[in-house]
Design a protein around this ligand. Structure first.
Ligand SMILES: [Zn+2]
Length: 156
């Protein structure tokens, strides 16, 4: 039986999906700056540059893959394990009341960067049901929230 990878349809067909031109691979490699809050050998978590809320973080495998179909079960499990751990620190750091995981695959699903990632978005009860817009925080605000998340992660 052909693997998922061989059989799959192209979900980001209008995009350059090569690792050489991948923004997240550049962040992993250190050639693009980011507010990284966590990393280990396989996974990295950094603040979204255009967050839906303060503390909105992206959790990614370091190895380039376009969609979740490019990962095996163990890798998917590891990714969600890291996202779950990081979400606790994000909720504490931002005094949120809950959080969203959003994992988009393909341009039809609004996947902007074709490198697998889980959006981890803290939400407050006061924002329940409200439409959230992306915004840009100042570098100082980004640094502040990143430091708070890192501090919370060290307490887990
Ligand atoms: Zn990549």
């Amino acid at each position: 039986m052909a693997s998922q990878k061989e059989r799959r349809r192209k979900l980001n067909s209008s995009k350059d999906v090569s690792p050489e031109n991948c923004v997240f691979c550049k962040i992993v490699g250190g050639s693009l700056p980011s507010f990284t809050v966590y990393q280990d050998n396989k996974y990295i978590a950094f603040l979204d540059a255009y967050p839906f809320s303060r503390g909105h973080t992206l959790v990614c495998p370091k190895q380039h893959g376009e969609t979740i179909w490019d990962m095996n079960e163990e890798e998917i499990g590891g990714l969600f394990k890291v996202a779950s751990m990081v979400s606790r620190a994000i909720v504490e750091a931002t005094e949120a009341d809950g959080f969203r995981f959003v994992q988009n695959n393909g341009e039809a699903a609004n996947q902007v960067v074709p490198h697998v990632h889980i959006h981890t978005i803290p939400v407050k009860l006061s924002d329940k049901g409200k439409w959230m817009d992306r915004k840009q925080l100042s570098d100082d605000e980004m640094k502040d929230v990143a430091e708070k998340i890192i501090a919370e992660l060290s307490r887990l």
